[in-house]
Design a protein around this ligand. Structure first.
Ligand code: AP5
Ligand code: MG
Length: 217
């Protein structure tokens, strides 16, 4: 399966990506996670991305597209993948079509996690992310920093771009630049939307049940 997950910041893309990728045996490719590990590792790519991420803006397309092109060429992505956070605008979607055409493959489906802005603001206020493995959890919004990741024991932290003003800006960026992808993929006959309200387990069940038909046997 070659799957793209779309949805606003805080919709649960990263949360659901872990379950979906496990269930269908495909690698999860999250551009946000790749950028964050480059920022914490102090690489040249991390230095290029950091100022945009901290402001809640998109990293320039040429940087992001080159990174995804390299990642899709790795052996584990040959027979399928889940993209979380890419494409993020119509120009990146055009670029992705070109990358896949050059590999002689095509997208199977684009899954839109449908949730409103009020809910995502609440979700992001309580998000903590693992420094080591990127796993995300939700805590009471006023909880202090720290704590251990339930998956790997790594340190949990609050992402810099989860500050309330930055979240507001990320939602504006989503509305202007990313939301047009919904129509783009609907016109291409690839879009499937699910209701992303409810418990994590409920959303996973909805996602897996609509995606099952796209899994190759
Ligand atoms: P990225 O890391 O992709 O961030 P995002 O799209 O803003 O999405 P989030 O990771 O904030 O939300 P999510 O949907 O994954 O939600 P999550 O599962 O964590 O990108 C960060 C930055 O990198 C960008 O701003 C940009 O600068 C750069 N970037 C990345 N890709 C790029 C690209 N293609 N082009 C250019 N720049 C790019 O869940 C959120 C919280 O909700 C968690 O606490 C979770 O536990 C909780 N939660 C999840 N599901 C539920 C539920 N059902 N009920 C209650 N709580 C829930
Ligand atoms: Mg995420």
């Amino acid at each position: 399966m070659r799957l793209v997950l779309v949805g606003p910041p805080g919709a649960g893309k990263g949360t659901q990506a872990e379950f979906i990728a496990d269930r269908f045996g495909i690698p999860k490719i999250s551009t946000g996670d790749i950028f964050r590990s480059n920022v914490s590792g102090g690489t040249e790519l991390g230095k290029q991305a950091k100022e945009y991420m901290d402001a809640g803006d998109l990293v320039p397309d040429e940087v992001t597209n080159a990174m995804v092109r390299d990642r899709l060429a790795e052996p584990d992505a040959v027979s399928g993948f889940l993209l979380d956070g890419f494409p993020r605008n119509v120009s990146q979607a055009d670029e992705l079509n070109g990358m896949l055409a050059s590999l002689d493959v095509a997208l199977s489906v684009v899954l839109d996690l449908d949730v409103d802005h009020e809910e995502v603001v609440n979700r992001l206020a309580g998000r903590r992310t693992c420094k080591k493995c990127g796993h995300v959890v939700h805590v009471e919004p006023d909880a202090v920093e720290g704590g251990a990741c339930p998956k790997c024991g790594g340190e949990l932290y609050r992402r810099d771009d989860d500050a309330p003003d930055t979240v507001r800006h990320r939602l504006e960026v989503y509305d202007k630049q990313t939301a047009p992808l919904i129509g783009f993929y609907r016109d291409a006959g690839l879009l499937v939307a699910i209701d992303a309200f409810g418990t994590v387990e409920d959303v996973t069940e909805r996602a897996i049940s609509v995606l099952a038909q796209y899994a190759e046997s």
